[in-house]
Design a protein around this ligand. Structure first.
Ligand code: ZN
Length: 153
């Protein structure tokens, strides 16, 4: 990665870290999921508003380091208005981005701006900061009661 691009990526992380987007409690959310990273002290609550197989809206509250705040902010921008199945694929892509050795190939295209976080792969202690929001997302989606309308009565 050239220096100019690295500086630009750094700028996006600092911006989202200091001014996270969608930082609020979501009215009428379908599910909320807490997540905690004891290694760094990052703590967040993710709110999701779902309609069948789609993520209509999302937001979060919490506090932590710039990486965790930026990662959560960027993730929420990316997953709004996507299908749940797509969000689950993004989880895998993001996990690969921050944990797999840089192969040089651009496998991260669907991640968009989230690519700025790829640099954390060089800092193993920060990987959990970057993936915290994604684990909250995965757990939140898995815990949603998809069959709320189904009754055995
Ligand atoms: Zn952190």
């Amino acid at each position: 990665m050239n220096e100019e691009l690295r500086a630009l990526y750094q700028e996006v992380i600092i911006d989202h870290g200091r001014h996270p987007r969608n930082f609020k409690k979501l009215e009428g959310y379908s599910c909320c999921q807490e997540a905690y990273n004891p290694l760094c002290g990052d703590r967040l609550t993710l709110y999701l508003k779902l309609d069948k197989d789609k993520i209509l809206d999302a937001s979060f509250e919490g506090g932590g380091c710039a990486i965790s705040m930026a990662s959560t902010s960027l993730m929420i921008e990316r997953i709004k208005n996507t299908r749940i199945s797509e969000a689950q694929q993004l989880f895998d892509s993001f996990h690969h981005l921050v944990t797999a050795p840089d192969s040089g190939a651009d496998v991260s295209a669907p991640l968009g701006k989230l690519k700025v976080l790829g640099g954390v792969r060089d800092f193993p202690t920060r990987i959990k900061c970057a993936t915290l929001a994604w684990h909250a997302l995965k757990a939140g989606l898995e815990n949603v009661d998809h069959d709320k309308s189904v009754s055995t009565e």
